[in-house]
Design a protein around this ligand. Structure first.
Ligand SMILES: [Zn+2]
Length: 291
């Protein structure tokens, strides 16, 4: 278990600092995250865990709304000047370790929003690299958040399955980390008012973005520069939470090196979402009580 940051005595309270520019109203999203790995493709139909979630009981946690960051409302920008949070959805995958290490080498941190069962793997499958990978990036101080169990739109599945998508991903995280996150990103950016209230009851901060690289579209030799340009332009416009996908080859091999060097060139610091929101690290996860 990694040592939590020495945040206990250092927690700075940011009441009233979350202005309207920081937290958008709970409005419908106009920006989508069309991952290729929405798994409504049928090829998991025979997998019992895909349908029923990981084995074992739901995790028992204290769902108190800890800290000063709001819950159940769209958060799409950092609040600490000079800090930028680069976030990766849909992983982990083959390139995730390289991405995390590139951030380590730069003295930066990243945030990974993980779907426990996404197309090609379960994060707790010990026949794969993924359990150790998730533990390693967590131990290195990168932030881990939820991206639902099987990357479903929380709007399309309805209330009951929406809650199940969250609880099942908690079971997956518990098998690997022994904790569950308090931060999540809805797949496709789809989670409107009822959904946001459901996630507040479950104790989640909802993280959107204000830098949209669209790297899922620009994942080829001919197109990756478009994702780079979009990063730079949204940074020019004051963006501070970047949406990327660690499942994409050109993200790992071209966009990540560029983003890191660009932040350095601008004398900006690459940090986790929790860090740039001024939320102490002890608030990013909940210990599981029934282990
Ligand atoms: Zn996604």
């Amino acid at each position: 278990m990694r040592p939590l940051a020495s945040a206990v005595g250092l927690a700075v309270f940011h009441l009233n600092l979350l202005g309207p520019a920081v937290i958008a109203a709970a409005a419908a999203s106009s920006t989508k995250d069309p991952s290729l790995f929405d798994v409504d493709h049928g090829f998991h139909a025979a997998d019992v865990e895909y349908e029923n979630g990981p084995s074992g009981p739901d995790v028992e946690v204290d769902r108190d709304l800890i800290g000063d960051m709001p819950y159940g409302i769209r958060i799409e920008s950092c609040q600490n000047p000079g800090e930028v949070a680069i976030t990766f959805d849909d992983g982990p995958y083959e390139w995730t370790r390289n991405i995390a290490e590139a951030f380590d080498d730069a003295g930066f941190k990243a945030t990974f929003f993980i779907a426990g069962f996404n197309a090609w793997r379960k994060i707790y499958d010990t026949s794969t690299q993924y359990p150790k990978l998730v533990r390693d990036i967590y131990a290195a101080g990168h932030q881990i958040g939820s991206h639902t169990w099987t990357h479903k739109s929380l709007e399309r599945v309805g209330k009951e399955k929406r809650i199940r998508q969250i609880l099942d991903n908690e079971k997956a995280f518990n098998k690997v980390l022994g904790v569950i996150p308090t931060y999540m990103r809805p797949p496709f950016g789809e989670c409107y008012e009822d959904c946001q209230q459901d996630l507040k009851k479950l104790g989640y901060h909802l993280i959107w973005w204000d830098i949209d690289t669209k790297d899922y579209m620009y994942n080829s030799e001919d197109s990756y520069n478009e994702a780079i340009d979009r990063f730079d332009e949204d940074l020019d416009d004051g963006g501070s939470i970047a949406l990327c996908h660690d499942i994409k080859y050109y993200t790992a091999h071209k966009l990540v090196p560029h983003m890191i060097s660009e932040l350095k060139r601008r004398e900006l610091k690459g940090v986790t979402v929790g860090q740039c929101l001024g939320d102490p690290e002890e608030n990013w996860y909940r210990p599981v009580l029934n282990n």
